[in-house]
Design a protein around this ligand. Structure first.
Ligand code: SUD
Ligand code: ADP
Length: 288
């Protein structure tokens, strides 16, 4: 492997939260029609990209036992390299902070940051819409990270309508359980009949339709939601297992995190209307 003259580029793969998640129905292919509000957090994994002159793609760092060819980072890089017939390679070094299967979208965000970064570094020049089209083949959540704006998603999560939200401080708790998205979506007890949102959706009862089922299957999720509820309204993100509560100041959110029972992990972060990956990437290329 020969590294090129490019200096390595480090970018964040931010966490997302589903501020609500309604399930409206099930399609014939098994995927579910959703309505969900995605926002980004200023907290996530770090990916460092070092270009090489051969076509090899390697992933190092906290890969947590995932075989390289199954890693969404490798899959994203390979997909783009094939699609654009790119002659360069890359080493991608991962610092993992987001809990796997935690509902904060770590794998999808890693894939999206890889597509966004390599599109620039390899000079592929695909539009965000083209990158999102490639990305959705890796996971339903990848397009929202490519789009990079707080948005309500419809369809299976790929039709995005940008919205503006006032940023807040979030305390996110991971109650130690790994929830399989596929298991929740194939469970017979999942609520799948919520009515579609109306124009004035802000006034509706916004909730996470996966929550009752996940609470039943994972008692620690129920406990984390109850624990957070002592301080502020609590919700689960995605198909779990992470739960969150919003606060107006950093100090309030940090005070709650400081009291977190030792058996759980958590973090505090602000939300961001624009994905911090886009902000960092734009800053890097403007500087050049
Ligand atoms: C429902 C969400 C909300 O954010 O859950 P989380 O994964 O974040 O918890 C996501 O859209 C998940 O996106 P992602 O994790 O990328 O899903 P995929 O890998 O495409 O699919 C995992 C499994 O979930 C099911 N699935 C996923 C999305 C969807 N709209 N309907 C589904 O039924 C499919 O059965 C699939 O086998
Ligand atoms: N780079 C990656 N980071 C996290 N998970 C990955 C990665 N590559 C593949 N995966 C697989 O994707 C699954 C879902 O991961 P993740 O995106 O963290 O969950 P969620 O969508 O619930 O937040 C993991 O259990 C793991 O097997």
């Amino acid at each position: 492997m020969t590294e090129t003259s490019h200096a390595p580029l480090t970018l964040i793969a931010p966490a997302k939260l589903n501020l609500f998640l309604h399930i409206n129905g099930r399609r014939e292919d098994g995927y579910h029609e959703l309505e969900t509000l995605f926002t980004f957090l200023n907290f996530g994994d770090d990916l460092t990209f070092s270009l090489t002159d051969d076509r090899k793609i390697t992933v190092t760092g906290d890969t947590q036992g995932i075989p390289t060819h199954d890693n969404l980072i490798y899959k994203a890089a390979f997909l783009l390299q094939q699609h654009c017939q790119c002659q360069q390679g890359v080493n991608i070094h991962l610092v993992k902070r987001l809990p796997m299967g935690g509902g904060v979208g770590g794998g999808s965000s890693d894939a999206a940051t890889t597509l966004l970064a390599l599109n620039r570094l390899w000079n592929c020049n695909l539009s965000l819409a083209e990158l999102a089209q490639l990305g959705v083949t890796l996971g339903a959540d990848v397009p929202v990270f490519i789009n990079g704006h707080t948005a309500i998603a419809h369809g299976i999560g790929e039709q995005l309508h940008n919205v503006e939200l006032t940023p807040g401080w979030f305390c996110v708790v991971h109650p130690g359980e790994h929830v399989s998205t596929a298991e929740i979506f194939t469970h017979p007890d999942l609520k799948r009949d919520t009515a579609k949102l109306k124009a004035d959706w802000q006034t509706e009862n916004l909730r996470n339709d996966c929550e009752p089922l996940v609470k039943k299957l994972c008692p620690e999720v129920e406990k984390a939601l109850q624990w957070l509820l002592k301080y502020a309204p609590s919700k689960m993100t995605g198909t779990g297992a992470c739960c969150f509560a919003e606060f107006s100041t950093q100090a309030e959110a940090e005070q709650v995190l400081a009291q977190l029972p030792e058996k759980w992990t958590g973090f505090v972060a602000t939300s961001a209307t624009l994905s911090p990956a886009h902000t960092a990437l734009n800053a890097h290329f403007e500087m050049k």
